[in-house]
Design a protein around this ligand. Structure first.
Ligand code: NAG
Ligand code: NAG
Length: 992
């Protein structure tokens, strides 16, 4: 959460003390002040790179000054190494930039450009700064967990004086055409260009230079002699296009909003244009409150003026439809069109901006624009570090998510409770308050799993303590929750209160584990507790120490059902530049904060994840940690949410594309605050938000301290019943959600999927971002996000049959058409695509934990051909790591109208009988698939039938059938009861 709004009477005396100090640095604004955050032209390196681009693109023949020294190049074992020379002035002086192009076994290519280290003393750091003198090169260490094996089969296919071509990829159908002068790369698949580097000549590696203190002088005049060396003909043009020197005013110091960044290394940004040939749509680079398909950023009707920015920041009450940075960053961008999906992952943790433009390719004048394809050009700019880019050539959306996951890891298998409903507010004010909410949720029959405590539970914002007056008996509170299988989450932030008699801060200081300022002394800034220090989770010793604080014996009052929320980890520093840390702060290894800013939140989140894993010796349970800040790789350790949104319809609407974008970008365990954090939603909005929220992978309601209480049971009728119904729908579908999470864990598949992902060939769906598929269930949801709207227009991606989830009505539609379905307040627009089988647990319970041993219902939605449906179900104990040792159930269900059967087999073809069963698997023997609902039941198989035979493990028994013929718009359906087929075993239902 973030401070805002008029100061309410709820502040304690001490925090009011803080607030009066803070009021000079934060305006108690009603909405984010855009001017609190930089525009590109207020960021030195961004404006220099944009100016460079403007110059290059305006020139009729611009030549990029980067050239590979061909004799420096060597190709060996799937890797090309060479030196790029950058010509830095008219005298032909150059700097040397080592280039590495790696071709990986996965078919991914990686291009890295570094800068040769200077001789000692050649570059003088200012302020006697302790900052490192090489470019930051450790992002890989935090982000990449695999997939770096070189493809030894990649080979140079052809080579001449100007360029060479490498053939690589799983079937050698990928090519990289590397040009020497100017340096560029054309990545092709099956002979066709897909991605081009430096095609527009915007490559810009700002080399290190010594600071020259010089008196301002007039523009140097060009000497005739300079031109003589150059080839004759273009003389005049070249003169015209000679780059104006970059604006040097922010080379060595930069000031914004009263904060001055001393820049000990001077200018050191990296920039590159990456073109997507023939692609009109690009996606990804979350988090932005923007559309899924990214907009153009260089002005024009309907476009942004500003590049998409990636600089993790506490942008509370963020504005919508904006490329402004938010709390987390994933610099993974993908391009998609019919027949091709490709992408790039820009591995750089410094502040980054990305310009997006689209243009018709009209290079062939004879084409006169007819049939000219649109291409998307992106321009990437990072403040420091290496230029390090991974290139994915697809060809499918799934290839991209899988290959990206190989590099950065997949979603951790969650605690099963974590995909249930989370009840949060700033703040539940006492342990009695928590217990009361817990009882009321039961009273109103609203399932939930987790209740949350924001900062006020602490003793004066000292983490790892409790306010002794309001939380007298945390264990008693925890035990009441545990009695219904429920959990508690408490907030723990990275800022540690700087105060006497607080052992945590005393240790942080004495062990020297905090982030330092530019002088190398402990950094002090302001956050919730007032004066604070920040743990430096880049330091392995700091992470070890952090783990000791979470032990049950250390953080008294916590128990097995207590988990953690990491907020403010961008980090948020109330009196810092752009509400974060000064860039010249120093982290472990004396890297500047500038270099690692976007990694900061992930290292802290990860430190907490590992801390929860070691709370008690021998306790091997999956942690649950929610984070606000994140980077590529954060998916490995927990969930994220989209930060401090607002109780407005627009924010509800924005949540869907934002979460879809998270999903395709490798971090699908994501949610937005249900109800909106700031403000007071009216009852319709809150109800619709619950109906949408049940399709968020992470489902949590949250509210600001100044917002009125809005626990869902407070809404009165009919809202209570409608919200309870939505929550129960989520709970009944938990088995399918968990299965989708498992898929994400296995190979990085998104949990909720946009249309372009499931139907990549349908051009009509490429820009649709307000409807989604859940996992592989075929469930197609289109949440209502507009006030007063009582119907939904759902775009249908194919010619399958679609059934209404609740009525089994067949939706009259066909591929590419939009169908309007009724959606009065109590109705969630939700369709079932034919051809799927998904699992539910239909018995209403108070929490997911209490559903652990419940039987399953399968829903079979028969495809248009009347013959086929299939689906899967993954189950494990939802808590331990035993699933890594085979202790899980993974079924494939097939309905086959020709063979007249419904069959369950092991999805991986394992011989399940040979698995040594632990306690959980043993107990699951008593859990069955007990009911099967066949929607679109063919009359030939079901009409007139009263019973069917079930066979499993050599035994045969009878289940009962009830067939309902089609009626009105409703499809035929059959219900098979008393199936009693063990969920973990092979079984078959004979429909003959
Ligand atoms: C910076 O850009 C904004 C638009 O994004 C513009 O309004 C402003 O005038 C620019 N400022 C300068 C100094 O160029
Ligand atoms: C996470 O923490 C573990 C244990 O301290 C460490 O090995 C790993 O490098 C950390 N990773 C990140 C991304 O912080």
């Amino acid at each position: 959460m973030h401070l805002s709004g008029p100061l309410s009477g709820k502040w304690t005396a001490t925090s009011l003390g803080l607030l009066s100090i803070l009021s000079t640095v934060i305006s108690p604004a009603a909405a984010v002040k855009e001017h609190d955050f930089k525009k590109c032209n207020q960021s030195g390196f961004c404006s220099r790179n944009r100016a460079y681009a403007d110059h290059a693109l305006a020139a009729s023949s611009w030549t990029s000054p980067y050239t590979i020294l061909p004799e420096s190049g060597a190709f060996k074992d799937g890797q090309y190494q060479a030196t790029i020379l950058k010509t830095i002035n008219d005298n032909g002086d150059t700097v040397r930039l080592p280039l590495t192009i790696s071709f990986l076994e996965s078919g991914t290519a990686r291009v890295t450009v570094d800068e040769e280290k200077r001789q000692k003393g050649e570059i003088k750091l200012r302020h006697n700064s302790k900052a490192r003198k090489e470019r930051y090169n450790e992002a890989e260490q935090w982000v990449v967990v695999g997939g770096l094996e070189l493809d030894k089969k990649a080979k140079v296919d052809s080579k001449d004086k100007t360029q060479f071509t490498v053939k690589y990829g799983p079937t050698s159908n990928f090519e990289a055409v590397v040009k020497f002068s100017p340096f560029s790369i054309d990545f092709r698949r099956d002979g066709a260009s897909q991605i081009k580097f430096n095609d527009q000549g915007l490559l810009n590696v700002e080399h290190w230079r010594a600071k020259v203190e010089k008196a301002p002088e007039p523009e140097p005049e060009k000497k005739e002699g300079d031109e003589e060396n150059k080839e004759g003909e273009q003389k005049d043009e070249e003169k015209k296009e000679e780059p104006q020197g970059p604006d040097e005013s922010t080379f060595w110091e930069e000031t914004f909003g009263g904060n001055t960044d001393s820049k000990p290394r001077g200018p050191e940004s990296v920039g590159l244009d990456i073109s997507f040939v023939g692609f009109e749509h690009v996606y990804g680079i979350p988090s932005h409150a923007s559309s899924l398909s990214l907009k153009q950023t260089r002005g024009g009707e309907g476009n942004y003026e500003e590049p998409y920015r990636l600089y993790n920041a506490d942008v509370f009450e963020y504005i919508l439809d904006s490329p402004m940075t938010l709390y987390g960053s994933i610099p993974f961008l993908q391009a998609h069109r019919k027949g091709s999906s490709v992408g790039v992952f820009w591995l750089n943790a410094a502040e980054t901006w990305v310009d997006v433009t689209k243009a018709k390719d009209s290079k062939n004048p004879l084409a006169l624009g007819i049939g000219a394809k649109t291409s998307t050009h992106t321009h990437w700019m990072s403040e420091s570090g290496l230029l390090d880019v991974f290139v994915f050539l697809g060809p499918t959306p799934k290839d991209l998510t899988t290959k990206y996951a190989e590099l950065t890891g997949t979603t951790a298998m969650p605690q099963e409770f974590a995909i249930g409903y989370h009840q949060c507010r700033w703040n539940y004010v006492s342990d009695d308050d928590v217990k009361d909410v817990d009882r009321k949720m039961d009273k109103f029959k609203m399932p939930y799993d987790v209740i949350w405590l924001d900062i006020e539970y602490t003793d004066d914002k000292k983490y790892f303590t409790w306010d002794a007056h309001t939380f007298k008996d945390p264990i008693g509170m925890g035990e009441q929750l545990a009695s219904h299988g429920r959990q508690l989450v408490t907030i723990i932030d990275p800022h540690i209160k700087n105060v006497e008699n607080y052992p945590v801060v005393a240790e942080l200081k004495s062990k020297d584990l905090a982030v330092k300022n530019k002088e190398g002394n402990i950094f002090e800034g302001w956050c919730w507790p007032g004066s604070s220090h920040w743990i430096d989770a880049f330091n392995p010793k700091a992470r070890e120490w952090w783990a000791t604080l979470f032990k049950y014996t250390a953080f008294k009052g916590t128990m097995e059902n207590t988990w953690t929320w990491n907020d403010m980890n961008e980090p948020s520093v109330f009196n810092g530049p752009e509400v974060t840390m000064p860039k010249d702060n120093l982290h472990d290894g004396n890297w500047e904060h500038r270099d690692v800013h976007n990694l900061n939140g992930m290292t802290f989140h990860n430190a907490t994840f590992h801390a929860l894993k070691s709370r008690k010796p021998g306790e091997l349970r999956r942690p649950f940690v929610l984070t606000r800040a994140f980077f590529a790789g954060s998916q490995r350790v927990g969930a994220m949410w989209t930060g401090d949104n607002t109780a407005e319809w627009g924010h509800l609407q924005a949540s869907i594309p934002m979460l879809l974008s998270q999903g395709i970008s490798g971090f699908p365990f994501s949610g937005a605050d249900v109800g909106g954090f700031f403000g007071n939603p009216d009852k319709d909005l809150l109800t619709r938000w619950y109906q949408a929220g049940i399709f968020y992978p992470f489902l949590r309601a949250h509210a600001h301290i100044d917002a009125r209480r809005r626990e869902p049971y407070l809404m009165g009728e009919p809202y209570n019943t409608i919200i309870a119904g939505a929550l129960r729908l989520r709970y009944s579908l938990l088995p399918s959600w968990y299965t989708a999470f498992h898929q994400a864990h296995v190979d990085g598949t998104p949990i909720i999927k946009p249309m372009f992902y499931t139907h990549p060939s349908e051009e009509g769906g490429l820009a649709i971002d307000d409807q989604l598929f859940v996992g592989n269930t075929g469930l197609l949801a289109k949440p209502i996000t507009e006030q007063g709207k009582e119907s939904a227009d759902i775009w249908i991606p194919d010619n399958e049959v679609y059934y209404d989830y609740f009525t089994y009505n067949t939706v009259p539609t066909s591929k590419g058409k939009t169908v309007t379905v009724d959606a009065p307040l109590h109705k969630i627009p939700l369709l079932m695509r034919g051809g799927h089988i998904f699992a539910r647990r239909d018995r209403p319970r108070r929490s997911s934990t209490l559903m652990k041993w419940d039987d399953y219902t399968l829903v079979v939605t028969v495809g248009r051909d009347g013959k086929h449906a299939e689906g899967d179900l993954y189950v494990d104990d939802g808590d331990s790591y035993d699933f890594e040792k085979g202790q899980y159930i993974n079924r494939k269900f097939v309905f086959d109208g020709s063979a007249k059967s419904i069959v369950s087999t092991d999805l991986e073809g394992r011989d399940t009988k040979s698995i040594k069963e632990g306690d959980w698997l043993k107990k699951m023997k008593g859990v069955s698939v007990d009911k099967i609902i066949v929607v679109g039941a063919p009359s030939g198989l079901f009409a007139g039938k009263k019973e069917v035979k079930v066979e499993s493990e050599g035994k045969t028994w009878t289940a009962f059938v009830e067939y309902n013929a089609p009626e009105g718009g409703r499809a035929a359906f059959a219900v098979i009861r008393n199936v009693a087929a063990p969920v973990g075993a092979d079984w078959k239902i004979d429909l003959s």
